[in-house]
Ligand binder design. Structure first.
Ligand SMILES: [Zn+2]
Length: 186
């Protein structure tokens, strides 16, 4: 399957001989799954037109993947680049698999992550507020043994959509997103 950011080469487009061999990056997939992209004005129709994927995009950062790519689990998607694998995916995997959690995880709008630890046994309100850059709001999405905290005024303050949080948690949020083990909260 293809996604936005993947680079394809058109092998054959029905009735459009001159599109044969054109390459481009998928920019938009419409409601009936037609692919629109940088190869030209006409959409590629999977199942009808013939194309091959020549470069996959990293599901985390969107960059074209050099080499084989990596399994992005627990992030939803098909593949990620080496940088994102090392800096985001593997730390996330370790975080989720750690049963004895002593730290919380912040996901930022720029696809980066950061771990924070409580100064004492529990996080202080100030620490949590600092993490989300303002007043905290508990997100209704449920994750076992964790709470998801976001900035209560994120929308009002025009904070950016948090793409990484949407990919990793399946929720739509803006601003820094904190995943905190409930046992570290008073
Ligand atoms: Zn990447």
């Amino acid at each position: 399957m293809v996604k936005i950011g993947d680079r394809i080469r058109i092998v054959n487009m029905k009735g459009e001989e001159h599109y044969k061999g054109l390459e481009g990056v998928i920019e938009f997939i419409d409601g009936i799954n037609q692919l629109h992209g940088t190869w030209g004005g006409l959409a590629v129709i999977p199942g009808e037109d013939e194309f091959e994927i020549i470069q996959k995009a990293c599901v985390v950062c969107g960059a074209g993947i050099e080499g084989h790519g990596n399994n992005p689990s627990p992030i939803n998607g098909d593949t990620c680049c080496d940088d994102c694998n090392m800096n985001v995916v593997i730390p996330l995997r370790v975080f989720w698999n750690d049963n004895n959690q002593h730290q919380a995880l912040i996901m930022y709008e720029n696809n980066s992550i950061q771990f924070i630890k409580p100064e004492d046994k529990f996080f202080t309100l100030e620490q949590l507020q600092q993490a989300v850059k303002g007043y905290i709001e508990v997100h209704p999405h449920k994750v076992p043994n964790h709470l998801i905290l976001v900035n209560e005024e994120g929308l009002m303050k025009n904070m950016k959509p948090n793409r990484l949080a949407s990919l990793a948690l399946g929720i739509k949020v803006v601003g820094p997103t904190l995943i905190c083990p409930t046992k570290l909260m008073e």
